[in-house]
Design a protein around this ligand. Structure first.
Ligand SMILES: [Cu+2]
Length: 150
């Protein structure tokens, strides 16, 4: 009886120890695979970061389009951030107009309908500034808009 119990005990022990040795080898496999993934994924994430940086560097100039007509600007409000380099393309759809922001020394040529003119400036200060058409009494007739630098 004692011998049988010992045999059963040995068999049971060896069976229970076998799966445990298998599971440790499984752990080694699963431990090594995440490090392989990290090693392979980190160079790809680096390359994607550098790929994102170069378009950002190219798009540092903020492009805005303002359309002018008799006698309004569209849009009549613009919002940019302090420090932004801004390029405003003034598209004149009808009449003879220009586009002026006194505070940033912005003034396009006077252009007629169908033409466009662009100006570039850096929004060096925060506040709300008026852009307007300086031709005749156009400003008083509604050719004004508000530029907000936040
Ligand atoms: Cu005008």
């Amino acid at each position: 009886m004692i011998l049988l119990i010992v045999i059963v005990g040995v068999v049971f022990y060896s069976r229970s120890s076998l799966p445990s040795s298998n599971s440790t080898s499984d752990q080694q496999i699963t431990q090594s695979s995440p490090t392989d993934n990290q090693a392979s994924s980190s160079p790809s994430s680096d390359s994607s970061m550098s790929a994102e940086e170069s378009p950002n560097a190219n798009s540092q100039v903020k492009q805005l389009i303002v359309t002018g007509s008799n006698f309004k600007f569209e849009p009549s409000t613009l919002t940019i951030n302090k420090g932004d380099k801004v390029k405003i393309t003034f598209k004149n759809s009808a009449g003879v107009h220009d586009f002026v922001i006194d505070e940033f020394n912005v003034k396009t040529d006077t252009i007629s309908g169908g033409q466009d003119a662009s100006v570039e400036f850096t929004a060096s200060k925060t506040g709300t500034f008026e852009y307007y058409c300086s031709i005749g009494n156009h400003r008083a007739m509604g050719m004004v808009g508000t530029l907000t630098v936040q």
